[in-house]
Design a protein around this ligand. Structure first.
Ligand SMILES: C[S@@+](CC[C@H](N)C(=O)[O-])C[C@H]1O[C@@H](n2cnc3c(N)ncnc32)[C@H](O)[C@@H]1O
Length: 268
């Protein structure tokens, strides 16, 4: 949202100042990494998160088209994606933008990987074929999503870096999670927007995606309460949810009724 351009002409000065203060947290400018003579992206990630990987090299030393990622995502991507490397996996990124992330994923996953990116912006069409296939359409359009997944021959990893809007994130998840392979993962990033009104969120608001996840958590524990499933499309096949700051990983697998055993001797 270009807040200044939209709000300023419509508001008296005093109201504008109040509004700007109230929603000062809604924006990512204040989190921009400060480059100076003693700091660089690689060292920042190494020192803060104790992380070193080929992915870090690919991100920090990127000389191709722009890739835009928060620093703390790099160790998390590597933790969840590394076991898929070098295989003929099917990877879908929602949100192509300048195209740098698709290039990074191509180098990371290797030539055998089937890499697709989707974006609502027709400008992204020009990136088609550079590092992966780019298809133009909205993450909210199930017919479009179906055609992309069909073209990919299925999907093993989804990375949602698209609209980041609270109405879109669960809708896309509900549709695509069903199509994800067993053992596959669904990653949603930039979930700071769950706290921003401009993205349909807000602290403990109805639209906040973490509230949706709470439904899934309740469903995962349905064995232990009598309430109905609220998000069956996800929870019937969700074997794990990993929550980090602004980034969530959902694992898909077959679900079994939990059982327990006592194994071993009793000492009297
Ligand atoms: C944060 S950028 C993606 C950045 C890129 N993944 C990277 O790491 O460099 C978000 C992109 O999502 C796209 N987008 C916004 N709404 C969308 C929607 N409803 N469906 C698909 N893409 C959308 C925007 O056009 C934009 O290019």
């Amino acid at each position: 949202m270009n807040f200044k351009a939209i709000a300023k002409p419509l508001m008296p000065d005093v109201l504008f100042k109040w509004y700007r203060k109230k929603y000062a947290h809604e924006g990512i400018k204040q989190f921009r990494f400060n480059f100076d003579a003693t700091s660089d992206v690689k060292r920042d990630i190494q020192e803060k998160y104790g992380h070193d990987s080929e992915l870090l090299e690919l991100f920090a030393n990127n000389e191709g088209v722009v890739v835009h990622k928060w620093h703390h995502y790099i160790p998390l991507y590597d933790r969840y994606f590394s076991s898929f490397r070098g295989r003929k996996i099917r990877f879908l990124e929602i949100g192509v933008s300048k195209g740098g992330s698709l290039q990074m994923w191509r180098k990371y996953f290797g030539d055998d990987a089937i890499i697709f990116g989707i974006d609502i912006d027709p400008e992204c069409e020009k990136l088609n074929g550079l590092a992966g296939q780019v298809r133009i359409g909205s993450q909210t359009d199930n017919v479009f999503l179906e055609s992309v997944v069909k073209e990919m021959g299925g999907v093993d990893i989804v990375l949602d870096d698209g609209s980041h809007h609270m109405e879109h994130i669960p809708a896309t998840l509900k549709y695509l999670f069903h199509h994800l392979s067993y053992g596959g993962i669904y990653v949603i990033e930039d979930l700071h927007t769950a706290y921003w009104k401009s993205f349909g969120g807000g602290y403990r608001s109805k639209g906040n995606f973490f509230g949706f996840l709470m439904d899934v958590i309740d469903d995962m524990h349905h064995w232990y309460h009598t309430n109905k499933l609220k998000q069956a499309a996800i929870s019937n096949e969700c074997s794990g949810i990993h929550i980090y700051e602004s980034i969530v990983v959902l694992e898909k697998n077959k679900i079994f009724k939990p059982v327990h055993s006592q194994v071993g001797r009793i000492i009297r």
